[in-house]
Design a protein around this ligand. Sequence first.
Ligand code: NAD
Length: 501
Amino acid sequence: MKTVNHWIGGKTVEGASGNWGPVTDPATGAVTTQVALASVDEVDAAVAAAKAAYETWGTSSLAKRTTILFKFRALLDAHRDEIAELITAEHGKVHSDALGEVARGLEIVDLACGITVQLKGELSTQVASRVDVAAIRQPLGVVAGITPFNFPAMVPMWMFPIAIACGNTFVLKPSEKDPSASLKIAELLAEAGLPDGVFNVLQGDKVAVDRLLEHPDVAAISFVGSTPIARYIHTTASANGKRVQALGGAKNHMLVLPDADLDAAADAAVSAAYGSAGERCMAISAVVAVGSIGDELVQKIKERAEKIKIGPGDDPTSEMGPLITKAHRDKVASYITGAAAQGSTVVLDGSAYTYEGAGFEDGHWIGISLLDHVPTTADAYKDEIFGPVLCVLRAETYEEGVALINASPFGNGTAIFTRDGGAARRFQMEIEAGMVGVNVPIPVPVGYHSFGGWKDSLFGDHHIYGNDGTHFYTRGKVVTTRWPDPSEAPAGVDLGFPRNH
Ligand code: NAD
């Protein structure tokens, strides 16, 4: 059986803890790989390698760093397909979706290639007589990233390109459910000329995470995953004096006003709810239909959703693949089987779906589900299901719809569908979420803007990538300089508080 090991100090390091985790092909249900689960000693070795590399990387020239990143970008571009295949084999998402995730990660590499502009600093001259003030930003040292299963290539790329471009060294702890893409990325970085130890991959579970959270040589933690773990990471890493950004889960709403183009809204709802089998933190999981459009909208969503072709991710005709694990599949199904008893109308029930095909009997299959008239008290509405389940709720008015959305503890993404510019503008101002779409169902910001939610969807002060990324991975320093004119006599002792004149 294939094994997936660590990447420490520029080379593969075999797992020595004796603990291994199973990696499953979600389409067949077969365990295809064993992934090493790091011990505390192995975490310490990865951090030590990163610390040693920081000695020279932290002071390396911007030209050196960006030259390597440009080479990495070209290699990543050339290996898109291979990385996408690794993702599909372990995550289950369809190949085109996996390619999309690589492309969105590549956007952040693009940004990091241009880090020279972001790190330019600021200078004010003559703030007082012959006094200049410069504001510069410097790297933190060793930083760590802990990432979720649902984007095994993109989410690490939200972090490390900017971190290393800023002069930090990086330890990545990917999800143990789909760990192979991160190793391929490590190999490409090495091929691009990245010095040993600047980027390390530590495979593991809670043991590895907990050691990173307390390790005295780790300066900052970037985390993306579920809300309970994000809250834990933020609390623990903060208590240990680390800078931390922890992005959590979501329940993303789409408000459809009565004047919206209902065909466009239905297309968007279906794409955003069922793409990647709903295993996206920006998936639309709740549609709020305003006024009397509800029945027509639900009908249009149903017609489209019924046509989605479910199948193995490596079959080019498949539009939606299986879920990540059997346990997750069963949990998602339980929301559907319990929905009617909690007051919802089950329009489409995908809980019993299985894909027909020899060898795929044990895959983690689930079909499309659509619930209507979902009460806000129902579990299917309150929880982040993270599966292909769309809840439709009704609101009499715009105000009622906004109040419903703002009452959610999550605040990741949200969208409004309307033809009314005034209503859309009001929504932008009133809605409590970090990312807002106007007739755009999944408003993931481009690489040069920052990604992040509000409320229980993000713990910490910084969103991820964009300008916030550069800020997170650097700390500010302000240098005040006076160069007296050689012809001047010394100013003499003055015990007064320095004044700017
Ligand atoms: P998860 O929280 O279970 O795991 C994320 C990471 O934390 C993994 O590396 C895992 O090994 C580690 N981990 C898990 N349990 C831990 C524990 N008890 N202690 C320490 N570390 C632990 O998340 P997941 O299931 O891999 O990913 C899905 C979740 O991620 C969803 O909730 C989704 O919304 C969220 N997500 C959020 C964003 C965002 O940008 N806000 C993006 C992608 C995914």
